[in-house]
Design a protein around this ligand. Sequence first.
Ligand code: AMP
Length: 383
Amino acid sequence: MSSKAVSNTKRPILPGATLGILGGGQLGRMFTIAARTMGYKVMVLDPDAASPAGQMADVHLRADYTDHAALRQLGEACAAITTEFENVPAASLIELAGHCRVSPGADAVAIVQDRSHEKSWLAENGFATAPFALVYSEGDLRAALADIGTPALLKVARFGYDGKGQARVTTLDEARAAFDAFGGQPCVLEGFVKLEREVSVVLARDDAGACALFPVAENRHDEGILDVTIVPARVPDSLAQQACDTARTVADKLGYVGVMAVEFFVADGRLMINEIAPRPHNSGHFTLDACVTDQFEQQVRALAGLPLGDTRLLSPVVMVNILGDRWHDGGPHWDALLAHPAIKLHLYGKQTARPGRKMGHFNVLDADLPSALALAEKMRDAL
Ligand code: AMP
């Protein structure tokens, strides 16, 4: 325990103080930029010497998330600490909470970082999800498949992301092969849902329970990876309102403090929760250029105990992810993209491009949403 007293008061942490973040990927980078823009110092903990957030931070601690000496150094230097990814060990968050303010809390992260806990928690709390069953053994797998039917998706309970650690299965043999390929680790078997659309809600909740929700985003995925986000989502107002109400209820029931995202499937005109992310989300990157406050400033505000910012949408917007696949013949044609006055480019400073790796994104702003979408698709193909 440090000599620094842990503050439980609601007094805001003001610019000049140091904020910490566990994880140095693009989400940490955009948090770091937002915090430094507002006059905070930022310390990043990430083992990768070339991490996107480390490049932007005042201090980059190159150590593992379980390294006690590094956690102590972070805890002693920072007034408050957050995380950019769900796989940070809950024990590290508990350790840090002995030094300073930490949000989100370890309890909420522990639920959502494991699909089996997350799905069980959602079901116990009355939220609709795709049909699912927990799989710990081959016997469970057989029973789950008989119960859920095919096609189904077998997903590893932990450390899966962007469609990794998932297999679509149509027979028991395929399911067995997938379970073996995942090393027999705990999984969730999900019924394959015929999706009409996918939408998400990014929100912030402060420690007094106040919530600020960003506009509902419509998401298109390609091979399990987010490709395009369209805002406002093209869904009936009643469905958008229901998504917002559900996301807020999830945050309330988790007692969540910070920025989080709830991803939904829309099937037969109804919502099901797919996942919860205890952090800013790729589907919230549109806020960087299209909202009064973006999701990373909101993360800073929630962490520092400042009033939450205005989430108003200033313009219809389409966000397009730029993946490493685009680097195959000399890299993307930035000139075509940058020739457009209403396209905003964000690159994450990653040195190595790999297929499926998120290298950056761009936002297309236009008062007319169909025009924004048409230009976004044209530019994506031209890259
Ligand atoms: P996830 O990593 O679980 O969020 O899955 C990534 C993407 O795969 C989702 O956004 C969907 O496009 C698709 N997907 C995942 N689970 C299902 C499901 N049960 N039924 C249909 N599509 C799914």
